[in-house]
Each structure stands twice: as C-alpha cells, then as structure tokens.
Design a protein around this ligand. Structure first.
Ligand code: ZN
Length: 221
C-alpha cells in the first residue's frame, strides 16, 4: 500500500509555507510501461512528484530547495502563462513549468523527465492530443540532452528505448523507425533489443497506445 504524509515546506523563492502531500512508502506490482511509467500503486502517486507554491507558482520536486535562476524564470511571462494553460490538465502544467526551470538551468535530463511526467498526467485525464504534444517535446528534449552528452537513464540503451516510445506515441512513426534503424545494432542489453523489435511492430501498425515490458517478454517467447 501507499503511505502518504503531510509535510510543511517553505518556498525557497517567496518564503511562504504550505502543506504538501509526500509519499512515505509505496509499492509497484506488475509491469512498467515502455516509457518507464511504474505500475500501481506507485503509478497513482504521480501528483506527489511536483509541488507548486500557491503564492508565487514555483514548481519543483521540493519547493524548499532553491534552483539557480528559478526566481527569474518563475516571474517570466512564459512560465506564468504555462501555469494556467487551459490546453493542459493542471497537473501537466505543473510538470511543464518544472521543465521550463530545468531547461533554463541546463538540466536537460530533468527537463525530459518533467515533460514525460506531464504526458502521464495528460494520459490520466484522457487528454490524447496534449499527451502527444508533451511527448514530442520530451523526445526533442531527450535528443538535446544527448547532444550535451547526457543520458536520461543510467541503464545502457534505456534512453534509446524511451526515445523510440516517445516518438511512436507522439505519432512520429518515421522518426521512430529511423531511431530504431540507426541505434539497434549499437545496443548491448538484450532486453532493450527485444523492446526495440517490439516497437518496430507497433510502429509498423502506427500504434500510438501505451504498452508494457510484460508484452515485450510475451512477444519474445
Ligand atoms: Zn513561493
């Protein structure tokens, strides 16, 4: 089961105190999605992964922790518009705001994950178009991270597997096909090669839906 606790945090930008829900413990039973989204019960704790200061709008995994230049970013028009963008569910906006701060500080890995989590928030609200918009931005951010020699995962090949899933689920089938063709031979981990083979089939069917690692294992049998 998931155990939640309430914690009072002081915003590192404006100093106001608010209560936030934090996860003391949770579990994950079953298979992760191909974009690394965990199964339940951890899956349902997504909303605890971003805190929003109700006074100034600062969005962070922990608002008490200062980020370089965050105050300037939070007061910018781009940020304040994103915070209430009606095109996205509220939770997605918080992750999108986090991505703006991450990108401004050059943390393209954190920005990629914030955009992926924004997509998950859209999935949970059945907002297909906005979810695709978040994923296409996440794919571009992941490529940007790679240009800076940064990997979004410590696991070999996992960045490629997630990139392909982001491209496929945002409807960029040609880009997904190209990424598989260019990268598969360089992947060492067998499970990642299996995932890429399964993705090839999904891409061939122009399948933009969510799929799991468990399906890949069944596919390989
Ligand atoms: Zn604040």
């Amino acid at each position: 089961m998931t155990t939640l606790i309430q914690q009072t945090q002081r915003c590192s930008i404006c100093g106001s105190e608010s209560e936030y829900t934090c996860v003391a413990s949770t579990n994950a039973f079953g298979s992760a999605d191909l974009d690394a989204r965990p199964p339940e019960m951890m899956r349902s704790t997504l909303y605890t992964e971003v805190q929003q200061c109700p006074s100034c709008g600062y969005c962070a995994s922990d608002v008490s922790k200062p980020r370089p230049d965050a105050a300037d970013v939070v007061s910018s028009g781009e940020y304040q518009i994103q915070l209430i963008d009606p095109a996205f569910p509220n939770l997605a906006n918080l992750f999108l705001c986090r991505a703006i701060i991450d990108q401004a500080s050059g943390d393209y890995v954190a920005a990629t994950w914030a955009l992926i989590k924004a997509a998950w928030a859209c999935d949970d609200s059945d907002r297909v178009g906005p979810a695709m918009a978040c994923r296409t931005r996440a794919a571009d951010m992941l490529l940007r991270a790679e240009q800076h020699a940064l990997s979004i995962s410590a696991e070999e090949g996992a960045g490629t597997a997630i990139l392909v899933d982001l491209l496929r689920r945002s409807g960029r089938m040609e880009d997904a096909r190209k990424a598989i063709a260019e990268r598969r031979s360089g992947v060492v981990a067998e499970i990642i090669r299996h995932i890429l083979d399964y993705q090839s089939v999904l891409v061939a069917y122009s399948d933009t839906a969510s799929h799991t690692i468990a399906e890949v294992l069944r596919f390989g049998e």
